[in-house]
Design a protein around this ligand. Structure first.
Ligand code: URA
Length: 269
């Protein structure tokens, strides 16, 4: 085999394994990265380690303390944001979450911030990461169709008929993996503040991670369709559109939930 045939065969093998996308513009030398990381802890890890005056003992920063410090930092940053733009800036400057390093863009929101309905999804996928907007891929198209069926749209300028959309995570997790509980915990203060600032009448929580992040509950199959409460307003857990794309037979339940949302907006329930 020539060198280029060999390289092509390796590439085909990686695609076969599911590595079908370049996450960064340039290749990363992971061997070098591991060496560098073991020599130099991140700026955030350093900040939560012992003060500079402590004796220079080589030790790994305590994971739980680092995670707790990230949450307090997030709470302080989120609380001090007085507008949606300031909240977006605060997130953009939040260095504690490693997800940001693998993502192309921060995905903050779309739609009308004055809308009566705010939708909280899970995390950006590939298309959202590229465009910097939530729900623009196939799941987003289904979401738009679902909303359209009850007279709502993210492009409407009328608060009555529009929606405002965000996600539990503002950065795409590598390979769309599930977020860790630590990531949810450090991003939750931003989403809660996002809800406070947008101040919708009604929340829709799409999928397990939105329910876990804002209700502290998991099990969307059990939760969906039952109104709950987040920050003093009604919140409706619903199946995520990506799930409905995989399980079209569950669309009838999503339709029942959309009708429940419509009735809530009409003041009928
Ligand atoms: N799924 C989500 O939960 N959010 C998006 O933005 C896209 C897909």
């Amino acid at each position: 085999m020539t060198e280029s045939q060999d390289a092509l065969a390796h590439l085909a093998w990686q695609v076969e394994l599911g590595a079908d996308e370049a996450i960064l513009d340039a290749p990363v030398n992971r061997f070098e990265a591991v060496e560098t990381a073991s020599r130099a802890p991140s700026a955030f890890a350093k900040a939560v380690e012992a003060p500079q005056s402590a004796p220079p003992v080589a030790r790994t920063p305590d994971k739980a303390a680092t995670a707790a410090a990230a949450v307090s930092h997030a709470q302080a940053l989120a609380a001090s944001a007085g507008s949606l733009q300031k909240l977006r800036d605060a997130l953009a400057g939040f260095e504690a979450c490693d997800l940001r390093h693998g993502a192309r863009n921060l995905v903050f929101s779309d739609g009308n911030p004055a809308a009566r309905v705010m939708i909280v999804g899970e995390a950006p996928g590939r298309d959202e990461d590229i465009q910097g907007k939530p729900f623009v891929g196939r799941a987003g198209q289904l979401l738009d169709a679902m909303l359209g069926a009850i007279g709502l749209s993210r492009t409407s300028e009328d608060a009555e008929t529009s929606v405002y959309i965000t996600n539990m995570l503002p950065w795409r997790p590598p390979q769309n993996r599930d977020p860790t509980p630590e990531e949810i915990a450090m991003l939750q203060p931003f989403v809660r503040r996002h809800v406070e600032l947008a101040d919708p009448e009604v929340l829709v929580l799409m999928g397990n991670w939105a329910c876990f992040g804002l209700l502290g509950k998991r099990g969307i199959t059990r939760l969906r369709g039952s109104w709950d409460e987040v920050l003093g307003r009604p919140a409706l857990p619903m199946f995520h559109p990506a799930f409905l794309l995989r399980q079209p037979s569950e669309k009838a339940k999503a339709w029942a939930d959309l009708l429940s949302l419509k009735a809530k907006l009409r003041g009928e329930t």
